[in-house]
Every structure is written in C-alpha cells, then in structure tokens.
Design a protein. Structure first.
Length: 309
C-alpha cells in the first residue's frame, strides 16, 4: 500500500485518483492529510485522513463506479445534498458529477469498481449509463459489513503484503463486495432529490461563471436573480448541497483562488495587495484576517514560501 502524509492542502488534492476533483477548504483543524492507495485485483482502493473540512466537487472517471463513504467520522457530511451516515454508501457511475461537503476532520474510503465487474452484462451496463449518482442505504447490516470487510482485508494486507499478489484472496474480496453492491443498487429512490435536479439545471453554470469572475464578486441577490429563484430558495439549495450559505461558499472559493495564485507566484512577481484586489478583496486588513482564519497562516507567509520564490 502506497502512503503519503502531507501538510499542504493543495498537494493533497493532486494525489487523489479515480476522479477529476477540485477541493475547497471549509475549515482547518489540523494541518495534516494522509492518502493511501492500493490495487486489490481489479479494485482500486483509496483511503484518507483529512485534518480539515472540505467541499469536494468533480466527476467520476470513465473507468468504473466510484463507491465512497466516510469511515470512523465524528461528523458525517453531504453527498449531492443527501445526508451520509454509517449506514450509507455514495455510488457514482462513470462520468457522473458529484459534490461532497464534509464539515470537519474525517476519515474516508473510496473504491473504484470496474463497470464490467459490477454489472456484468452489456445490457446491464447500458442501463447503468442512464443512472444518476445514488445513496445506497442498508436494508440490514450490509453497509457496515462492507466497511468491516474492506478494513479487515487492508489490515491483513498491511501485515502480509503477499496477500495482494494472491489471486484467490483478491477474487474473494471482489466477489463478496460486488455481490453486496448489486443487492444494494436497486431502484434509484435515493439517487437524487428535487433540489439536486434544480441545482444541476439552474444553478451550476451560473455558479461556475461567478466563481471565475474575480473582479465583480457576485452577490446572493444577483445569483438568485440570474437563476430566476428567490434568495430563500437559493439559500436552502446551498445549505442542502454544501452545508453552507451561498455567501460563505463564494467567499471560500475566492479565498481558495487567492491562495493558489499566491502559491504559484513569488514576491518578485506580485504582492498580497495585488492578488487580493484581483480576487475582489479591497479591504486588505479584512482579507488578511479571513485568510489567516481559514488557512492557518497569513497571505504574506504563503507568498514567501511560494513555488515561484
């Protein structure tokens, strides 16, 4: 099993596989992120520890279904606006989009299962292409059993690495896991809500424009007007999808982009004030305060140790 321990949030984002993902920091509790990955037969398993709360947005690669769950978490988050807990798994089909909002430090696990392994026949695979991401809920103790099964196998593989090279052992794990997932993947009664459909149809594109428009930061009222909904409806949609208000979300995105620019450039190329202004912050003292509160360091400290310095 390959393991990395990192103290840079942006470096952590770069090592996550199976998905095309962008991370936004919600809050920082411990400046520590751990990423582990291993291949078990045809399965690609990742697990991690995040010393922060994050918003994770992206899409599943075309290689297979991404199965995600929080592991030993103190507080469960949201997956496409649906509540995660100890008896749920989030399943994303190939190419599907997802949004995870995870409120505090947490442990997580993801398993990429090839579509041919999970669904078998071409007919089943064709039907699956019409699926949306869904929240799989236990009818009995199936999901806790899946968690225990994967955790036990990884523990044994850590003690006996040769286990990963034993086809009989890896096929046994694949078989047990796939059979359980097939049982859980019934009708898509929990695959989406009216709010998630509303989100994808009416907000996604405008929000993407707003995040990239540094010079004129969008207000909640302007975003509501441009999507044709009330501010109250907009606030509810953001709260259900991300667990934060639209105003907080837009602020976090602007701070995140400011940090990335400070990291990429050096003090010879730019200044904190110039970067702050470029991302819509005109009160530099307030910018520095918000920045330090979120990232645990001042913007000038980020600039001094930037990649370009």
């Amino acid at each position: 099993m390959h393991r990395l321990t990192l103290d840079e949030f942006e470096a952590y984002e770069e090592v996550i596989q199976q998905v095309d993902v962008g991370l936004t920091l919600l809050n920082l509790e411990v400046p520590k992120w751990i990423h582990e990955q291993v291949r078990v037969g045809e399965l690609h398993i990742q697990r991690g520890f995040d010393g922060s709360g994050n918003i994770c947005e992206g899409s599943v690669l075309q290689d297979g279904w991404a199965i995600y769950y929080q592991d030993d978490s103190e507080g469960f988050g949201l997956a496409n606006g649906l509540q995660l807990d100890a008896d749920t798994l989030f399943a994303g089909p190939p190419g599907s989009e997802f949004s995870l909002s995870l409120p505090g430090q947490h442990r997580w696990m993801s398993i990429l299962v090839p579509e041919s392994l999970l669904l078998g026949t071409a007919e089943a695979r064709n039907a699956a292409r019409r699926r949306r991401p869904q929240l799989l809920k236990a009818r009995g103790g199936e999901i806790r059993w899946v968690r225990s099964l994967v955790r036990s196998f990884l523990r044994e593989a850590k003690e006996t690495p040769a286990l990963l090279d034993c086809p009989t052992a890896t096929r046994a794990l694949e078989s047990e896991l796939v059979l359980t997932l097939r049982e859980l993947m019934g009708p898509e009664s929990t695959s989406h809500s009216q709010d998630s459909l509303f989100w994808s149809d009416r907000i996604s594109g405008r929000l993407e424009e707003a995040v990239h428009d540094h010079h004129t930061p969008l207000t909640v009222r302007e975003l509501a007007r441009s999507t044709g909904v009330s501010e109250r409806t907009l606030r509810r949609a953001f709260q259900q999808r991300y667990g934060v208000s639209p105003r907080r979300y837009l602020l976090l995105k602007r701070l995140d982009r400011a940090k990335r620019e400070l990291r990429e450039k050096g003090p010879e190329v730019t200044t904190v004030a110039r970067v702050a202004a470029a991302h819509g912050f005109w009160d530099f003292g307030r910018f520095a305060s918000r920045y330090s509160e979120l990232f645990g360091e001042s913007p000038s400290a980020t600039l001094r140790r930037s990649l370009g310095s």
